[in-house]
Design a protein around this ligand. Sequence first.
Ligand code: GKR
Ligand code: MG
Length: 430
Amino acid sequence: MTADLTITDVRLTPVLISDPPLLNTQGVHQPYATRLIVEVVTAGGTCGFGETYGDTKYLEIARPLAAALPGRQVTDLNGLFTLASGVEVDSGRVENSVDVGGLRGVQTAGKLRLSVVSAFEVACLDALGKARDLPVHALLGHKLRDRVEYSGYLFYRWEQHPGGQGEPDDWGAATDPAGVVAQARRFAEDYGFSSFKLKGGVYEPDEEIAAVRALAAAFPGSPLRLDPNGAWSVPTSLRVAAELRDVLQYLEDPTSGTPGMAEVAGQAGVPLATNMCVTTFPEIPEAFATGAVQVVLSDHHYWGGLHRTRELAAVCRTFGVGLSMHSNTHLGISLAAMTHVAATVPNLDYACDSHYPWQAEDVLTRRLTFRDGCVDVPDAPGLGVEVDRERLAALHQRWLDDDGTMRDRDDAAAMRKADPGWVTPGVPRW
Ligand code: GKR
Ligand code: MG
């Protein structure tokens, strides 16, 4: 008898997870980061899980979407987009300019909806896979590789959060080239990463050039990337590119906006990657026509899920543009989803990046692990991960107990705890 795949219930569980004091051009990570866990339950008794951003603006979309799902089939993935397009988004949540768009570029209502749909899509695929006894990668056409390679994602960071808030860790500070190299060595030893991405835009460009040079000297031949999240002007970007072109695999979002990226790309002598100026399909034509980006960093959350990520891969293949993946703070459900889809994409041209090694907490009974810099593609049904309901409840309780200050990501507010005069820098910063 086939299982009844009708959705009977959708549970939304926002959580707060500990996050280290990682620095970026806008400020510093808060002691706790929010994620939303989406659980879809079928009439046949199967549960499927997905994960996405948990800030209020995403919850506001997730709640009506969750309410609309009971009675529908977990196989009706296309219907999720239709349903979501009917959900009103408060205009105050939308940022239409690259100057204020933050670390993810321009933030439109459509993009917020897609980030929410992605978690529902993944939850439905997880449930469907479990009901059919198939791994998610098989539902996407089957894996093409058994392991997916990730790069070590290096951050400038402080030893602890201002005022000692949050959960301590033993990584120590990394605020100069020696600290960055020490962090990379531990990443290489603990997880086997052999390519590295440094989050830049934090210090003067010359200091970050020195850090990448130090990495190149410590790890000769390793692919390296630097990502200032659009903080530099076109001339600064070109200067950094000239200084580092012999050691960089690619330069990620050196400057903000597609026209500026096109100007840099024309003369940089190194490929440009983005997770800021190409984050939706409508942004592709201008960027590809002007040669602004040579690598698109997909993120299944932005792009609306795993099927849409495969559609993006097809477009990139068609235009000879490279593809890889970027990440934000995330848990194991998302790492599993990233790994499944990455395993099915023929043109995954570069190691993906993941914040996961920075996350000491998770909602899984058994965390995914990196070996030789890779995650094994799960072959168990669905995503192949199991949610620990006690952990989920504890992390949700932390969200319930929060006074509201951590429920929405605000790296500038966290920075003001150390530097009261801090305001989010405009672009270009340098
Ligand atoms: O976690 O600070 C961070 C990153 O800057 C993140 O927010 C970015 O979205 O990692 C991302 C990136 O590659 O731009
Ligand atoms: Mg980036």
